[in-house]
Design a binder for this molecule. Sequence first.
Ligand SMILES: *Cc1c(COP(=O)(O)O)cnc(C)c1O
Length: 360
Amino acid sequence: MTELRIEDIRIELTKNPKEKIDDDKLGFGQQFSDHMFIMDWSVEKGWYDPRIVEYGPIEFYPALNCIHYGQSIFEGMKAYIANGEAVLFRPLDNFKRLNNSADRMDLPHLDEKFALGALKKLLKIDKEWIPKSEGTSLYIRPFMFGTEQTLGVNSNKNVRFMIILSPSGSYFKEGLQPNKIYVEDHYVRAVRGGMGFAKTAGNYACALKGQKKAAECGYSQTLWLDAIEQKYIEEVGAMNIFFKINGKFITPELNGSILPGITRDSIIKLIGSLGEEIEERKISLEEIYNAYDNGELEEIFGTGTAAVIAPVGELFDGKKKVVVNNFETGEWSKKIYEELIGIQLGKKEDKFNWIVKIED
Ligand SMILES: *Cc1c(COP(=O)(O)O)cnc(C)c1O
């Protein structure tokens, strides 16, 4: 198997470039740029035929194994304009995590540096698709799935990796707003030894019913508890979660069933660098209720690439209601948001070397 080089990427530019969308009309994940990256893998050849082609339909036979058995993993990151330049935030960490997800699904590894090189090449071609207004970005979706035609359940002999790009609007058009979160005590998302740490399609498929239930009760997200005792807090929808109790930050430790968010990791490092105490450990719902009853629960916020920080204003488990900080965005939610956004936009020193320029 020969090692792939960036020069080997075949490029077929579109003959029909699409109209760009005005920044203020952008939603999330609805529109796509002109091009996409594709490469395929087989047991015999390894990764082969890397190519950048027009964004469009892909064709497979109905026995495509990932449709039947769910070998499908993905990543989510953003390209955006900072000080006039197109940049990415910790992109190699996304490709590392994709490889960890691949491990769990018995899918092949990517060469992380090659994947980043391919992404940069695609972004240079579709650079005009990166929206420029503050808060907007070009959402990047790398993904990998089994492409063997078989109803047999076995390790994949054929796999595809792709990257598509979707211009996205500002997540918080009116600034940080507190969210209402429903504590789910019936359904569970992931169990230790399962695949909760992997960014895989199945974790979302099994979360939809809980999400719907929360929405029907007027809540925007689900808070997942551990699958064994349904006692310990795991994470929120597609975000990790942080608590501030009696002056100290606490976030659930990575236990195999929680997704290791890159925003989570960045915020742990940021909080530490600001001289604050942060604990990664098990935290029970009961501990949160007790802290609330004692007046020690100061803030709760979710963290993830899309929103960066999502303040939590209310928790409800069907019985007990916890209103956090009078349903106002907390001081630290704002501060951490501004620190991280400041680094991302090049307004604050990038002391951890998180920013990667597309042109480098
Ligand atoms: C992607 C994701 C997150 C957040 O990860 P980031 O790297 O911070 O974007 C959290 N939870 C789940 C379930 C996710 O899929």
